[in-house]
Design a binder for this molecule. Sequence first.
Ligand SMILES: Cc1cc2nc3c(=O)[nH]c(=O)nc-3n(C[C@H](O)[C@H](O)[C@H](O)COP(=O)(O)OP(=O)(O)OC[C@H]3O[C@@H](n4cnc5c(N)ncnc54)[C@H](O)[C@@H]3O)c2cc1C
Length: 427
Amino acid sequence: MTNDSIGGEMETRRTTCAIAGAGPAGMMLGMLLARAGVETVVLEKHGDFLRDFRGDTVHASTMRLMGELGLLDAFTKLAHQRIHHLQVTTDDGTYKLMDFRRLPGKFKYITFLPQWDFLDFLLAEAEKYPNFRILRNSEVTGVIEDGERVTGLRYRDAEGERELRADLTVAADGRRSALRETAGLKSRVFGSGMDILWFQLTKKPDDPGGMVGRLSDGQLVVRIERQAHWQVAYTVRKDGYDEVRARGLDWFRENLAELVPFLADRVHEVGSWDDVKVLDVQIDRLDRWWRPGMLCIGDSAHTMSPIMGVGINLALQDAVAAANRIAGPLREGRLTDKHLESVQRRRTLPTVGTQRLQRFLQSRFLEPWVRGEGKSTTPVVLRILKRLPVLQAGPARTMAIGMRPEHPVPALRKPSALPRPTAANGE
Ligand SMILES: Cc1cc2nc3c(=O)[nH]c(=O)nc-3n(C[C@H](O)[C@H](O)[C@H](O)COP(=O)(O)OP(=O)(O)OC[C@H]3O[C@@H](n4cnc5c(N)ncnc54)[C@H](O)[C@@H]3O)c2cc1C
């Protein structure tokens, strides 16, 4: 990053690629571009990666990606859990919905790893390259434009307002992207009829493990086994949190103990409503993911429903698809709109396909269920999957591998693809 002018109070800096947001999409793209020798700056509004639970799933497609990037050994040294199947307990038994052991390839499980550890891991890899820089506590506030073209971004840090000019500006700043907003990119909002309440409870050594859904009487609870705790999701109808609150904490705890009896001895750990985080479930998608000089990826281009826990993995896949198409052109100063358009074209099928599936599952099964319209009996699909276990491979594959998994081009795979010298690192 170079300071090419210091005028008045505003310091203007310049780089090749400026990425807003150090979430999974921004960190993966930053790391890959750094590997490819592109001068890259990632701006993150927080000082670290420690924040509320935002999903910790690392799917089989991402494990394969780690292998292709030469990072698998280091990745598997991070403390993580492996989940081999997803089960659902109804009032008359437990049914397997997905059996990840039936997946093709080497990775027959999905992994749970704290998102901050994963992001730290990607950052450590990116920082091996002198042409990578992260600016923490730097909140991106908008784009800089020259006619139709985006020529950089504005941000705010402890010292004030700044500008960073870039050949390409990437919005990876999540579902409430300030950058896509100020760039005037329009999204199609599909809405959702449900929200999710998240909270944690202690895990004990004798607890039954894994990832298990509990369906009963218009309610759905999913518990996900983590190292020292249970991450628990309680599904409510849209804006239904107020109704739950109105019933009171005692009701909430007792109801939970009834649904999942082995948690009864610790439901008191939900000590106040501050321990419960509300996920406003949304599904949306930009019509156009780019403008001349700017590209949106991850949640900033398409917010996903939490169904199947695919948001992180799609964000990572977007980053790989983008790096495959833009790294060379960016480094060689020949990036055109066609390259940006090709990223959207490549990622449209998995994004639209996954969102359609999520909308179908929500509107057909989950939303009627949490509105109390479903019959309180075991859904037929669970009975069929129990009778024909081979069919459990289908949902497992849809979740853990998804549509059109990305593979990094050879130049991004080898850590030996060392960065070219840049003016910024003084070589
Ligand atoms: C409660 C919850 C549970 C979830 N559970 C799962 C799950 O189990 N599995 C799954 O796959 N997905 C899950 N998701 C979705 C998942 O978190 C996202 O799909 C995924 O993180 C998207 O990655 P991203 O990099 O596009 O955006 P984000 O992860 O949202 O990252 C955006 C980054 O940009 C930063 N930022 C935002 N605005 C600015 C700004 N103006 N300037 C600078 N930085 C900025 C943010 O601090 C953040 O670090 C969950 C989400 C929530 C909220």
